[in-house]
Design a protein around this ligand. Sequence first.
Ligand code: G6P
Length: 609
Amino acid sequence: MCGIVGAIAQRNITPILLEGLRRLEYRGYDSAGVAVIAAGKGIQRVRAAGKVIELENSLDALPANGHLGIAHTRWATHGKPAEHNAHPHVSHGLAVVHNGIIENHAPLRKRLKDLGYVFTSETDTEVVAHLLAHHYAENNELLAALRATLAEIHGAYALAVIHEDQPETLYCSRMGSPLVVGEGSEERYIASDPLALLQVTDCFRYLEEGDYARLTMNTCEIWDRNHQVVDRPIKRYEHSAHSLDKGEYRHFMLKEIFEQPLAISETLASTLGNDHVLTALLGPDAETRLADVANIHIVACGTSYHAGLVARYWIEAQAGIPCQVEVASEYRYRTVVVPANTLLITISQSGETADTLAALRYSKNQGYLSSLAICNVAGSSLVREADWRLLTHAGPEIGVASTKAFTTQLVALLWLTTALVQVRNGITEQVTNNVRALRSLPDVIAQALTLEPRITLLAERFANKHHALFLGRGTHYPIAMEGALKLKEISYIHAEAYAAGELKHGPLALVDEDMPVVSVAPSDSLLEKLKSNLEEVRARGGQLITFACETIEQTDDANHETIGLPWVEECISPILYTIPLQLLSYHVALVKGTDVDKPRNLAKSVTVE
Ligand code: G6P
């Protein structure tokens, strides 16, 4: 979604804002803008449609320097991506940037128009700018104007405000969208994500829902939603072994695919004993709390939802606990039946996805035993609001298409399944098997990554294709879904996934020589059944690409190519088989020439509904 950066310092803050925007560009990137104030000068605003580089070009032509400023990278929700809709929005000497959605923007817009305010954009944000100006005109007090404005707007927002009457003060607020305050030496910053500010600080205050703040170079005052002064403690950002640039890689996505052995090792660090899992990771009373779980509901979006679908197979088969999985955007708006002792699990890379967060909040009054967030960002809203947390340590994921976050989520979910088995049945063969398999993952994934040259060649076959089918069975059906999603996201080829047994109930009608069919066929208990499904494709001239265990007999011909993967325990096979599908979609996207890390219309972190 949109990204916000702001700064106040003695030096010129424009370079800090621009670097922050570059680092936030993964959240949204259809336009960008800055507004800065230098002593004695009014607001200087520069905006540009397109990526941050376009804004940099505009700033080269029309420099804007100052000691106080706010900046924004936008992912359009209200009004098309165009310069006039780009933030900051201004009104009577003030400038505003906003991430989120103001739901009651239409009546507010009408009222403000009636009062004589002139709108120059179609955005909901401009309403906030004029409303602030309107309240400021009442008593010339910006904090009071901010309070009055916040009382009138409904929806989700992170806001930052500057006013030329106060060239030394930065105002901000959050409700439903993330915002942190960065602490420097006689400098203060704000951002939607600490990542945006790591070049200047690693000390952050995490604003809570409804908080608003007034920042100067030397002071930081924060009020909560009840207008009480509060202290949000400074926390040091934990740097990981993952660097924030592309290094030798052409794209973040490729770098992140290759980081998976490291990401998995870090996620597993200190979680495994010799032959069992260390349940204390979840807290001192974890054993009793896990033993009480009689049902599980998993809620997530996108790729994280696919991780939940795999986990359902594990949890029901291994722990014998009924488990259902649902996309958050559906879950949050329906009546759910919550059986006694049900654990709610939310899964999210960012921990800021609006639907997932809303689902967690909705669950609070539904009678759940407790909630557990599986998340990659320790300081995120989801983690802070859940009863329990299980962190993945994938490191920052910048590519919009999720890769290492997904496989580390699967690792966390298999670990959790094992913990559930262990607290019920003790250290069984199943438990030791899972532990051994989890330990072997970094190595087998490193082996799978060596398939890249072969997959590069395969990708060329997709150059002129418009559709593709992905097939899998059991735990590999959600992996086929994830493979199809990756291909759609970054190569714009329409791809659908089917449980292979469903092929004959419709999609087989689509199969001809123009339809590549990708199947995930590990040597598990369903292999023989899957083979019959694949014969149905071959018989119809379909172009079949099969990812299978290297030990099975291969029967390739002109229409069928098999790529062999190392043999692994069945429980970790869905994690392993994800890798070649990620590489395939990446290389198809290269062949198609798309913008791999920033695919059109998509955002990394969807913080609006
Ligand atoms: C967006 C991203 C996806 C991601 C989904 C859920 O759509 O483009 O890659 O899977 O959000 O994000 P989360 O951060 O909650 O896992």
